[in-house]
Write a protein that binds this ligand. Structure first.
Ligand SMILES: Cc1cc2nc3c(=O)[nH]c(=O)nc-3n(C[C@H](O)[C@H](O)[C@H](O)COP(=O)(O)OP(=O)(O)OC[C@H]3O[C@@H](n4cnc5c(N)ncnc54)[C@H](O)[C@@H]3O)c2cc1C
Length: 484
């Protein structure tokens, strides 16, 4: 592909945010070029569950602000809320449809935060896939198709390695392609849609509170941070992230997300003890239960931990299978292949399971006895697990080790309501925009559907604003020419 010397808007990253930004900038009349670091587009969208949400009404800001713990400015959240309600129609206009999610069918998982102010106005939707594609794959098919249909050029395997600056503003970027470096000017702006840093182990260790493994797209290695900081950006939300329990196998660089589809399970730590209400956490927030440590052990006794489950849970569905990578492995529907492979351990009783896992037999025995007593009482006095999910763990017993897995980190450049990247002190960096996971709006907790909507809403905002800057520059130039 021929690389242009200059365009109006250069979009960095070809995931949901990059696609939305490119579409919006193009539709507003700008010339657009997209560069993507990896060999194919989609980023985390293709791994996602395709869930979306919106919240409106007078308490929409309050709801979002409660989730963000006050770490995201009001105008940003208001712009987000405003854009949220447009997402289904936007996707419809591109040829993709979404359908309301039956919250009852996702009992225990949705709604995410029912006790927060404004929660009664939260609605969930999911992308409707065709044939055998997953919802996230379908969403990406539609977004990518809309970019291609507009003739917007996309250069794959072409990372941005540096931003070009002039004065205090950004004027383009240096890209690398097949070992060669080239500069592409961006008259109106560069949109960073290049994700966060969850695939970089050093940055994870630096900013996040757990020894995490990555469970998503592997292209997000913190380039956004380095590029934005070099241009003078302020950072935000560096310690926020969401993820799930994950199984790690040395043959796979990416973790397998884990979900148990029947309530006959508990979590135990490295000491073989329960440590939390296993069914009480919001689905994106479970890892919070692993962040504390006990002084009686070195480091973190809950990492790695174990999910202990019974026969009903083994047969209820694949432990890995709703969302996530790796793509090249199909987990067996009843978990039998993973049992056979030794990834899942089995024991006819607690003593045998302890031998198989290396857990302390007496501790595991005591834990299972305590849990059985809680089931009999219909009350989990220690951790408060709901009576509805207190079901017996009957032998044979199974166990799979888990690590905390990060899906997306929030950290990146601070942005304003127009998607402009801000300096410390709040002035925008002229010509630099950010959207989606490249400095996500989520400052502490995450809403179900919050990642894709952040990408689509702020992608569209940043694309439109960058394009508007293009027309302002043309007007200014014309006026200046007329004056001379
Ligand atoms: C398993 C999983 C399930 C999820 N499910 C959902 C869900 O159901 N609903 C929801 O709302 N959210 C979900 N999310 C989160 C959601 O997928 C992300 O928040 C969203 O896709 C982020 O989109 P993005 O375009 O901002 O970033 P990304 O999708 O991360 O895209 C960034 C792109 O930039 C590229 N890039 C990086 N550096 C450079 C560079 N230097 N030059 C050029 N390109 C670069 C990357 O390779 C990548 O393609 C899920 C995430 C995971 C991992």
């Amino acid at each position: 592909m021929t690389l242009p010397a200059e365009v109006d808007v250069l979009v960095v990253g070809f995931g949901a945010a990059g696609a939305a930004a490119a579409i919006a900038a193009h539709d507003a009349g700008a010339s657009v070029f997209v560069v993507e670091k990896t060999a194919c587009g989609g980023g985390n969208c293709t791994h996602s569950g395709g869930f979306l949400f919106d919240v409106d009404g007078p308490r929409a800001f309050e709801y979002l602000d409660t989730l963000c713990f006050g770490k995201t400015e009001r105008p940003v959240l208001e712009a987000f809320a405003h854009g949220l309600v447009e997402v289904p129609d936007f996707l419809l206009s591109l040829g993709g449809s979404t359908a309301p999610v039956d919250v009852e069918a996702f009992g225990g998982m949705l709604p995410s935060w029912p006790h927060f102010p404004g929660a009664e106005h939260v609605r969930y939707r999911q992308f409707v896939p065709v044939a055998d594609e997953r919802p996230g794959e379908g969403l990406w098919r539609v977004l990518e198709g809309a970019v291609r249909a507009r003739g917007i050029p996309v250069a794959l395997a072409t990372p941005v390695v540096e931003l070009m600056t002039e004065g205090d503003g950004v004027t383009g970027a240096t890209i690398e392609q097949a070992g060669m470096r080239r500069r592409i000017g961006a008259r109106a702006g560069v949109v960073l849609a290049s994700g966060s840093f969850e695939a970089d182990s050093e940055l994870r260790d630096t900013y996040l509170p757990l020894p995490l493994v990555s469970v998503g797209h592997q292209g997000n290695t913190g380039d956004t941070l380095r590029l934005a900081q070099a241009a003078g950006a302020s950072l935000w939300h560096m310690s926020a992230f969401f993820g799930w329990l994950a199984f790690v196998h040395p043959d796979y660089p990416v973790g397998f997300t884990l979900d148990v589809h029947a309530p006959s399970f508990i979590y135990v730590d490295g000491d073989g003890r329960r440590f939390t209400d296993e069914t009480g956490w919001e689905v994106h927030d479970r890892l919070r239960a692993l962040t504390t440590y006990l002084p009686r052990r070195r480091n973190r006794p809950r990492v790695p931990g174990w999910i202990i489950f019974g026969e009903a849970a083994r047969r209820a569905g694949p432990l890995h299978g709703i969302v996530g990578t790796p793509d090249d492995y199909a987990w067996s529907p009843d978990n039998s292949a993973e049992l056979e492979a030794g990834w899942i351990k089995r024991g006819s009783d607690a003593a045998e399971l302890a031998t198989a896992t290396g857990l302390d037999p007496a501790a595991l025995q005591a834990t299972l006895a305590d849990y059985a007593a809680a089931v009999n009482r219909r009350a989990d006095q220690e951790f408060g697990r709901s009576a509805a999910t207190l079901v017996p763990l009957l032998p044979p017993l199974y166990a799979i080790p888990f690590m905390p897995g990060v899906a997306t980190a929030s950290g990146g450049p601070r942005r304003d309501a127009q998607g402009r990247v801000l300096r410390p002190g709040g002035a925008p960096v002229p010509g630099l925009f950010a959207a989606g996971a490249a400095g996500s709006i989520w400052g502490h907790l995450t809403e179900h559907g919050g990642g894709l909507t952040d990408a689509i809403v702020f992608g569209r905002i940043a694309g439109r604003q960058a394009a508007a800057r293009a027309s302002r520059l043309v007007t200014t130039a014309t006026t200046a020419e007329g004056a001379t």
